[in-house]
Design a protein around this ligand. Structure first.
Ligand code: ZN
Length: 541
């Protein structure tokens, strides 16, 4: 009897010691050691098992092992102790897991007890609106990202009416699961791994350096969360493509070991470094703050932030390229948004442009870029251009030369006006559908036509000028990769009309721009007002 009492008391002593040790390890951030001591203490089934479980859940939370943290908290709630505190921690774990509706439900019970939870409750509600309906406070995100050196935003991901599927001649791709109209948010995504330019101390900044930094981030992530390796390795790799540059770093050779979550527990998987580099090359997105770029673009300050970083986003990586793409992507902080910029019918493939303004380049140039990314473009526009006759190509070049010559005239006689009109007719009647890729083939005519229009205006040839501008924008349809450029030019045209005292035309172009702006970014009137010069908006409205 006395023996039993002794052993029980020494056991209790030992649980107390273990707990003290675990607490100590936890405060020193030695999570593995803390975990071991808490587990040993819990196994002794002491009286304070509830608080031990609750404490161990904090270690799991730090280690991002949220399922385990949740189990411990659910168990801890069966024992006496500070239940409000445990319930609150449970809500935070749910939040970290991205289970925002559950977080809201959990906090709903706590708010009446303690008003200090209201802030967390509201935050979780915002995440629910993002996750369920794709409703984001674009301006709030923009302002938040602008003031952070490493703008990793606390926002929910959203997957709209899209799914991954097999696409003929392309492998996998993304299609819409119902009809969507231009301006619909298709998805928003958090990065699997991201590196910002600020994080690379080397200067000058180079594409290869940032690729190397991203490679290091990926390796780090794979070491910390080996269970995510399969998601990453599902992505296609451009490893077999010859390098456009000479590899200077050791990371191109050898391989690393990771633990797989689909193979038997503890199985090590060798991933050749070349494969990871290939995944980066085929799937990484350049992070730039497009809204800032756009503001700088229209204010003529020039784009300075285009190479702000590099990241891998999983779902967006499945979207194929098209030179006449029907969707556009942009980033705010580390969040990547994909929006439809054309109407897309159910089952239609979602495409984005992998190369900004590539539509302005001739076919051969474009495909050089795509070859380095591991594919040959078979989009409608490329196919049309491949099949374009030599005669048609020659005529197109002639037209461009004529327009370029005419934009410097100081006077336009009747013959010149007729010639301009006939060239425009030849270009724009190629298809009655102005969003057709056929029109994109005339995209090279855009700048010469706008410049000609400006000159015509100064010569008081208003009617022909307006025909030129109209045609120019028909030749520059709303397509991915060139949409921001189109918007900047619309702003300039509106400004030009305004300066020439033609308020009605200026307003018309501002209205068209407003429409494109909403389709591109969403964000409503407030974003529009933030982006565009207030004095011009006031003047013409
Ligand atoms: Zn193409």
């Amino acid at each position: 009897m006395s023996n039993n009492t002794n052993s029980s008391s020494s056991m209790m002593q030992s649980a107390t010691d273990l707990q003290a040790d675990a607490n100590n390890q936890f405060s020193c951030q030695n999570y593995a050691a803390a975990l071991e001591s808490y587990t040993k203490a819990i196994d002794l089934l002491p009286d304070n098992i509830g608080s031990l479980l609750s404490q161990r859940s904090r270690v799991y939370t730090e280690l991002k092992m949220y399922e385990n943290a949740l189990c411990d908290l659910d168990e801890a709630l069966k024992y006496p102790g500070d239940h409000t505190e445990r319930l609150f921690h449970r809500a935070r774990v749910l939040y970290s897991m991205g289970r925002y509706s559950d977080t809201v439900d959990a906090l709903k019970l706590l708010v009446p007890k303690n008003a200090s939870y209201v802030k967390d409750y509201k935050r979780a509600l915002e995440r629910v609106l993002e996750q369920k309906y794709g409703r984001y406070d674009i301006i709030g995100m923009y302002n938040e990202a602008k003031h952070q050196t490493l703008p990793c935003l606390d926002r929910a991901e959203y997957t709209g009416s899209v799914k991954i599927t097999d696409i003929a001649r392309k492998g996998r791709g993304v299609v819409v699961t119902q009809d969507v109209s231009a301006g619909t948010l298709l998805l928003s995504s958090k990065p699997y791994a991201i590196v910002f330019q600020y994080e690379t101390e080397e200067s000058p900044y180079s594409a290869e350096l940032i690729q190397m930094r991203l490679y290091e981030k990926l390796s780090q992530k794979l070491r910390q969360n080996p269970s995510t390796a399969d998601t990453l390795l599902e992505l296609c790799s451009a490893a077999s493509i010859s390098q456009p540059y000479k590899p200077q770093y050791m990371y191109h050779q050898g391989s690393r070991s990771y633990i797989s979550n689909t193979l038997p527990p503890g199985t090590l998987v060798q991933i050749p470094n070349e494969r990871i580099i290939g995944i980066i090359r085929a799937n990484s997105f350049h992070v730039g703050d497009e809204i800032t770029n756009y503001i700088e673009g229209i204010s003529g300050e020039g784009s300075t932030k285009m190479t702000d970083g590099l990241g891998i986003w999983i779902l967006p990586s499945y979207i194929n390229h098209s030179c006449a793409s029907n969707a556009e992507w942009f980033t705010i902080g580390d969040m990547l948004f994909v929006r439809a910029i054309q109407d897309i019918v159910e089952g239609g493939e979602v495409t984005i442009s992998y190369s900004t303004e590539s539509a302005f380049l001739p076919l051969a140039e474009r495909n050089k870029t795509f070859k380095s990314l591991g594919f040959v473009c078979i989009c409608e526009m490329c196919e049309l251009e491949r099949n374009q006759s030599e005669a048609a190509r020659y005529r197109q070049l002639n037209h461009i030369q004529d327009i370029v010559l005419m934009k410097t005239k100081t006077h336009y006689n009747h013959e010149a006006i007729l010639r301009i009109q006939s060239i425009i007719r030849d270009f724009t009647t190629a298809s009655t559908d102005i969003s057709s890729p056929i029109h994109l083939m005339g995209v090279v005519m855009f700048d010469p036509l706008v410049k000609l229009a400006a000159n015509l205006l100064t010569c008081n040839e208003y009617k022909t000028a307006s025909i030129c501008v109209q045609a120019a924008f028909e030749l520059l349809p709303r397509r991915g990769g060139i949409l921001c450029f189109r918007m900047m030019r619309m702003m300039q045209v509106a400004g030009f009309y305004f300066k020439n005292g033609r308020k009605k035309e200026a307003k018309r172009w501002m209205d068209l721009l407003k429409q494109d702006c909403e389709i591109m970014f969403g964000g409503g009137v407030k974003l529009w007002e933030m982006l565009h010069k207030q004095d011009l908006i006031n003047a013409i409205s």
